[in-house]
Design a protein around this ligand. Structure first.
Ligand SMILES: [Zn+2]
Length: 422
């Protein structure tokens, strides 16, 4: 195991370096030249092994640290799948380029398409999770509900795998609706919270050309980083080959990220490498912008963010929450509140209200997706709805109360609920 202190890691630096060198040599990571039948492939330039316990929060859209990438290195991430119609095409495009990416799976999608999860693993991609039902209320739901969402996603994704140990302890909060309680819970379990360094707005109603432009523009603005995409969107499938071609033309290299294990130590890094740019290049930490509102449900009403909005140096009104070192220190000295503090009795007004809001937000978010995606999901058979589901092993969801079916209240939530639409 890797020691968690810098001192220990420094002392074992040489040994780790030697070991890593051996691992790298033996690594299946493909270089472009090693991509059979595709001499012009972009390929995967290296594998980065990370220890979630050492750097639990990554992605400069929301956090101070990001992956320790070198200039012109890119990590591709895909959320919300697997959805065969589009995920299979994304898989093929990546295979043709010998690119390894990271996928954040929704439990309900894994439940409906377990074969899709197995394909990702078989292709050598990294698979993390993205909750059971993709509620956009992680920033305000009771921690018990967040835990159930996290666990459902993990359990159904692992259940879909032939070898569940292949599941990476990586989690992306739906809609990037971060909350400290959720982050602390994930951290306590050794799960790394992945935000991103830039999105390409592929969940919005924009053209595939726009997705391509945003991906490249935002990458060029930062010079490296984690790109957030969705493998359930037709526009992403259409944009991806162009993005990859342009990455190659502009000299970018793909990095494959995998979690450290007992047999696979973390890639040696220095703390400063986990910052997007060295401190001399960046604004002081106290000036870090606020977290942007990434509620997908509201994106239809919001203009696409200007490039400057994604830049820490922006003069605009900050979008990311400021968290000074002083604040962090104060928080560090405070005791962690007991879970009872957040417990709300089942069936209470708060729970009902939160559920209702969650459903409405999710329904709106799903309505923002393409009609094709909705129809595809609608045709996809019977995945259980979120209604009444408490754990991944729960019995089939309880029948929906008639009153709810008939009422004008928002339709039940969840990706799976889309099959009730159209
Ligand atoms: Zn998502």
């Amino acid at each position: 195991m890797i020691g968690s202190s810098v001192g220990l890691r420094t002392r074992s630096w040489t040994a780790l370096g030697l070991l890593l060198g051996l691992l790298t040599t033996a690594s299946p990571a493909a270089l472009a030249a090693d991509c059979p039948g595709h001499p012009d492939a972009l390929g995967t330039s290296r594998t980065l092994v990370v220890d979630p316990r050492e750097h639990p929060l990554i992605g400069t859209m929301q956090y101070r640290e990001t992956l320790p990438l070198k200039d012109h290195e890119v990590v591709l991430t895909f959320d919300d799948g697997p959805l065969p119609k589009y995920s299979n095409q994304v898989l093929q495009i990546l295979a043709d380029e010998c690119i390894k990416a990271t996928f954040f799976i929704i439990g309900n999608q894994a439940k409906a398409n377990p074969e899709g999860v197995r394909k990702l693993v078989a292709a050598g991609h990294t698979v993390g999770t993205h909750s059971m039902d993709h509620p956009l209320t992680f920033d305000r739901m009771p921690i018990e509900k967040a835990e159930a969402e996290i666990n459902g996603g993990i359990e159904w994704t692992a259940a879909a795998m032939t070898d569940p140990t292949k599941l990476a302890p990586f989690f992306r909060i739906p809609g990037l609706m971060r909350a400290e309680g959720v982050e602390n819970h994930l951290i306590s379990r050794g799960i790394q919270v992945w935000s991103a360094d830039f999105p390409a707005d592929d969940w919005r109603h924009v053209s595939s050309d726009r997705v391509y432009q945003l991906a490249i523009q935002r990458l060029e603005a930062k010079g490296k980083g984690i790109l957030l995409l969705h493998d359930i969107q037709a526009r992403t499938v259409a944009a991806l080959p162009k993005i990859i071609r342009d990455l190659k033309a502009r000299g970018y290299r793909i990095v494959h990220v995998v979690p450290a294990t007992a047999d696979r130590p973390a890639t040696p890094t220095t703390p400063v490498e986990w910052l997007l740019h060295s401190p001399t290049e960046t604004t002081p930490i106290a000036r870090w912008p606020r977290v942007p509102n990434f509620v997908f449900a509201q994106t239809r009403m919001l203009p696409a963010p200007a490039l400057a909005d994604l830049n820490a140096q922006t003069e605009h009104q900050p979008l990311l929450p400021r968290r000074t070192m002083a604040q962090a220190n104060v928080e560090a000295t405070l005791p962690v509140p007991g879970r009872d503090l957040f417990a709300i009795p089942e069936g209470s007004v708060e729970v009902l209200l939160s559920t209702s809001l969650s459903r409405r937000a999710t329904r709106l978010a799903m309505a923002a997706q393409t009609p094709h995606a909705a129809k595809d999901k609608a045709a996809r058979g019977k995945a259980a709805r979120s209604q009444g589901r408490r754990t991944a092993q729960a019995a089939p969801a309880a029948p929906k109360p008639a009153a709810q079916t008939k009422s004008a209240a928002p339709h039940p939530t969840g990706v799976a609920s889309l099959k009730k639409r159209a």
